[in-house]
Ligand binder design. Structure first.
Ligand code: CAA
Length: 284
């Protein structure tokens, strides 16, 4: 199957980045949001990132305009009927995601369509089981910022068909130009199983007064050649996303390293979500 007609559910940090990647790859993309305000914010996010790509010499103005021309925003999920690939990138709430999968199952008419989730750590099988076609559901997990980060985790549940896994892997590599890796449907898959305990440890270090956030970040940038330190990275990922991922991994594995630090919970309760809200551990 040659995938041309795609859709992304949600245009937050990840949804907007994924929609941009799909549009820049020459695909027709519908972005579904819950209201016009959220659609406008998603569009602005994509325009800003495309402008930055032009500024950085990664894209010319014509390619930017063509990419924008391939994107259509809607609040009506019914418009996704003819889609061949839908990537769900709603907020990390299992109940919301399950209901989106159930809705997509009734709306998307093509029996060969593939329905994917960009969840960072939730069980893919639960979303698959919300549909009547669990063999056509899998995880396609991008990294933030999606237009820049080359990796995509392909996450097969115990029911994902091998043919679906293979065709999505090929699509990600050949059409999107990304580097796919194969992960099992386990908490945090590969990257977040390693990353989330690391970010939680850094926040615990800060919480305990062990070191300043600037020194923790400088330590990992200067000492280990990471492009950014863990406190700044948590802000960039989104503190709410970090919290939900940590809760999800901790609930299933009991790994004490993934136990969400109290400070992280309090900050999320306080609306301090990082870059996306203008303030997290740092101000933006
Ligand atoms: N579009 C296309 N390319 C862009 C771009 C854009 N909007 N913005 C930047 N770039 C390119 C730049 O041209 C540059 O490319 P070259 O290396 O070829 O020159 C590269 O991206 C880096 O750009 P800059 O050096 O200007 O740095 P920046 O400040 O713009 O961006 C960063 C920095 C890419 C975010 C970098 O700091 C980084 O990689 N940080 C770590 C990010 C990370 O770890 N992400 C994973 C988060 S975990 C996650 O997402 C999973 C989860 O489920 C929680």
């Amino acid at each position: 199957m040659s995938i041309q007609r795609t859709a992304v559910i949600g245009s937050g940090l990840m949804g907007a980045g994924i929609a941009e990647v799909l549009a820049k790859s020459g695909l027709d993309v519908i972005v579904r949001e819950i209201n016009d305000e959220a659609s406008a914010a998603g569009r602005a996010r994509i325009e800003k990132s495309l402008a930055r790509a032009v500024e950085k010499g990664k894209l010319d103005a014509q390619a930017r305009d063509e990419a924008m021309g391939r994107l259509r925003f809607t609040t009506d999920i019914g418009e996704l009927a003819d889609r061949q690939l839908v990537i769900e990138a709603a907020s990390e709430n299992e109940a919301i995601k399950k209901s989106i999968f159930a809705e997509l199952d009734t709306v998307v008419t093509d029996p060969d369509a593939i329905i994917a989730s960009n969840t960072s750590s939730m069980p893919i099988i639960r979303f698959a089981q919300s549909t009547s076609r669990p063999e056509r559901v899998l995880g396609v997990h991008f990294f933030n910022p999606a237009p820049v980060q080359p990796l995509v985790e392909i996450v097969s549940s115990v029911l994902t068909a091998d043919s679906v896994r293979d065709s999505v892997t090929e699509f990600v590599a050949e059409v999107l130009g990304k580097n796919p890796i194969q992960a099992q449907d386990r908490p945090g898959f590969i990257v977040n199983a390693l990353l989330i305990p690391y970010l939680c440890s850094a926040i615990r270090m800060l919480e305990a007064g062990f070191a300043t956030k600037e020194d923790i970040d400088a330590g990992m940038v200067g000492g280990c050649a990471h492009p950014m330190g863990p406190i700044k990275l948590a802000d960039m990922v989104g503190l709410d996303t970090c919290l939900y991922a940590a809760e999800s991994i901790y609930r299933e594995t009991g790994d004490p390293a993934a136990k969400p630090p109290v400070l992280l919970s309090r900050m999320v309760d306080g609306g301090l979500l990082g870059v996306k809200s203008g303030r997290g551990f740092y101000e933006y």
